[in-house]
Design a protein around this ligand. Sequence first.
Ligand code: SF4
Length: 273
Amino acid sequence: MKVILEVRWIKTKTALVKSRIYDIDYALNPYVGCQHGCVYCYARFMSKYVREKRDWGSYVYVKINLPRILASEVKKKKPGTVLISSVTDPYQPIEKKYEITRRALEILSKTMFKPIIMTKSDLALRDIDIIKKISDIEVGYSISTIIPMFSEILEPSTSPPEKRIKALETFSRNKVSTFVFIAPFIPYLSEESIDVLFDMLSQIKIDRVVVDTLNIRYGNIQDLVKSLNKLGFWEKVREVLASENLFFNYYSYIKNQLIAKAVRKGLRIYFLF
Ligand code: SF4
C-alpha cells in the first residue's frame, strides 16, 4: 500500500545533541520521523515531540536550518563522535531533495568531529565524495535479514538488503570503515539468513558486526505483531518475549552461536546485550 507522506519544515535550536549512548558524544538527526517506516522501530516515540498523530512512516519534519546551526556549534562544542542518526534515517528518500545530511557532512568534514553514519539506504553512496575525505568516519548499515520478502514487510521503504550489502562493499573498497548493525536480531526470523549474511560480510571485509536484541517499546508492538503474523513468526517470537527468563535464554544461546559463526568467518562481533 502506497503511503502518502506528510512533509513539514521545522527549525531546530540544536544540531549536536549530547548522547547517552556508549562511545557516542553527540547525535545529529536531520529529520523528525522516518519514511522508512520499519515496523520494529522504537524511534516512533519522537512523534510526541512534534505532537504528531499520524502513523510512523507517514510523516517527516525537515530540520531546515540544521546546517546553519551546526556550522555555528562546531566552533563552540568540544569535538567528539557524532552519530548520524539515532532516531531517524539520515538517507531516507527525502534526503535526495533536501540534502540536510550532505550539508552536515560537508561542515563536519572541515572539523575534528568524527561522524558515524547509520542508515538502511544506499543513497549514502551519493555522498561518498565527502565521506572518503573524512578520516576516522564510519559507515554502518542496519540489516536484520537479507531475505527480500521479510525485509519488504518489516522495512517497507528501505533499500533492499542486497543494495545495502553492495553499498557496504563500495565503501569498504574505498577504504571507509564499515560496520553492520544487526538490530534488531529478530528471534528465529533473523536466524534464517544469518549464515549467508556472515558469508557475504566476510567477503566484503567489513570492520565489525554489532548485534542488538528486539526491543518492544513505544508502541511498536502492534505493527510488529501484524507483520510477524503475516510472515508466520509471531507465535515463536511471542514465546521468547513471554518472560525475562525466556528472553535471556534465547539471546544467550544466540550470542554463543553468533560468536562461533563470526570466528569461523573471521568477523569481529560485538553485542549490545
Ligand atoms: S530506518 Fe531506522 S529510524 Fe527509520 S524507521 Fe527504520 S529503524 Fe526507524
